[in-house]
Design a binder for this molecule. Structure first.
Ligand code: NIG
Ligand code: FE
Length: 412
């Protein structure tokens, strides 16, 4: 056995493994069968008992009557920011659209102003609080974006804060440079693109090369009135050339052919996709570009629901994310799965696979995360209930339902 903390979870009523049979994702058929062991121990119980008596373990959990699942993966969040936008929620309830608020200088611009002014320590405190909240509702791997700086200094500050959280908290983090989240006030799209290509990305590359910063993905908000297809392409390509995974916002409010662009660039993932076309869906299935669907955003902004069933039918790798940000204030992946089932018509098995193995795939992490399989990290949840579906069926109260969150074999 390795030197890692050794945890044995025995007698569980159900163990949901989500085996991917060596693949790094599940498509529709595989998502129906999540490899559930009834009355099991994590791993083949008999083998564990014969090879390693209980005394060999640092900790033994008797999970009688409980369920074991892989830790949840949140494939899309914007968790570093100062200020909040509760006043805009009232405006949107009264009928303002997301872009009405944005064009009036609010939305992302409002958050940019506050985030630029905030000290790194202040951002780290609020980020840590939010990440701990995510952990308590079962998220063990989370994607965290920058994108409320829109200039070098603040974008770097945000990425450094994410790196600090990575080193101080047990939650696993995949970090994303999102300097193209909006066009800064007073700049044209061409000027903003130039700044990203000539100033921000070269500095980022240096920081990554010296080991001063770890960044995993690159993102652009590809939208009418934000970054068009041409500027999106040049930014994503430049990021890819630096070794970043492409994982961007596309086809959210208008059909932009973002899905086709993502497929062409071999993007690992595209988020939102409320307005994706049939051609876009086919291109993503073909390119194995994951669709990260965000049910909270469609719900809060009263957008058309993402076409999850059409995507699944076409063979797209469907994943889920909370999109936690000042517009969509939800940290909880169990609530996200619930909304995906009720509003997007996904089955509970599909939603769980989308919030584990497929979300890990969207972050390039599915060989180590997203299922309970040999050689993976051992990130898991133990639920105080005899059927795993309670995690999705119950709308809220998940902190009580989740008895243990375990990361790399350690109880958090
Ligand atoms: O994914 N659509 C762009 N970005 C975020 C919203 C960010 C914000 O409004 O602060 C999203 O929904
Ligand atoms: Fe987003």
């Amino acid at each position: 056995m390795s030197n890692h903390f050794r945890l044995l979870v025995k007698n569980a009523k159900q163990v949901v493994l989500i085996c991917s049979n060596g693949e790094k994702y599940l498509t529709s058929d595989g998502m129906q069968h999540l490899s559930i062991i009834e009355n099991g121990t994590v791993g083949p119980a008999n083998t564990i008992k014969i090879q390693y008596p209980e005394a060999c373990f640092d900790k033994v959990i008797d999970a009688t009557g409980m369920c074991v699942l892989p830790g949840l993966v949140d494939a899309h969040t914007h968790p570093v920011w100062a200020g909040d936008r509760v006043h805009e929620f009232a405006m949107k309830l009264a009928g303002a659209t997301y872009m009405d608020v944005h064009r009036a200088g609010g939305g992302i611009h409002f958050t940019v102003e506050h985030t630029r002014a905030a000290e790194a320590s202040e951002l780290l405190t609020s980020l840590s609080r939010r990440l701990k909240r995510m952990l308590r509702t079962g998220t063990t791997l989370v994607e965290c974006k920058s994108g409320y700086g829109l200039e070098l200094q603040t974008e770097l500050k945000m990425l450094e804060v994410i790196d600090m959280a990575r080193h101080t908290l047990p939650i696993n983090i995949s970090s994303t440079y999102c300097g193209a989240h909006a066009v800064p006030k007073g700049k044209t799209v061409a000027e903003a693109t130039e700044d990203i290509l000539q100033v921000q990305l070269p500095k980022l590359r240096k920081c990554m090369e010296t080991g001063a910063l770890r960044v995993d993905n690159i993102d652009v908000f590809c939208e009418k009135g934000v970054f068009d297809l041409t500027s999106t392409k040049s930014i994503l390509q430049a990021g890819k050339d630096m070794g970043l995974n492409i994982n961007f916002h596309g086809d959210e409010l208008h059909p932009m052919n973002s899905a086709q662009l993502g497929a062409e660039l071999e993007a690992l993932a595209i988020s939102h996709l409320e307005e994706v076309t049939d051609e876009g869906i086919a291109a993503m299935a073909n390119a194995k570009t994951a669709a990260v669907l965000l049910p909270t955003t469609a719900y809060i902004l009263r957008l058309p629901q993402p076409r999850a069933k059409d995507m699944l039918k076409a063979g797209v790798i469907v994943a889920l994310g909370s999109d936690f940000n000042p517009n969509a204030y939800c940290c909880s992946m169990p609530i996200v799965m619930h909304l995906a089932c009720v509003n997007m018509h996904m089955s509970m098995s599909e939603a769980l696979a989308a919030a584990t193995i497929n979300a890990a795939y969207a972050l390039g992490c599915s060989s180590t995360h997203g299922s309970l399989e040999i050689n993976k990290h051992g990130d898991l949840l133990i639920l105080n209930t005899s059927r795993w579906e309670h995690l999705i069926y119950q709308l809220g109260g998940h902190q009580e339902l989740i008895r243990y969150v375990v990361i790399k074999g350690n109880i958090i």
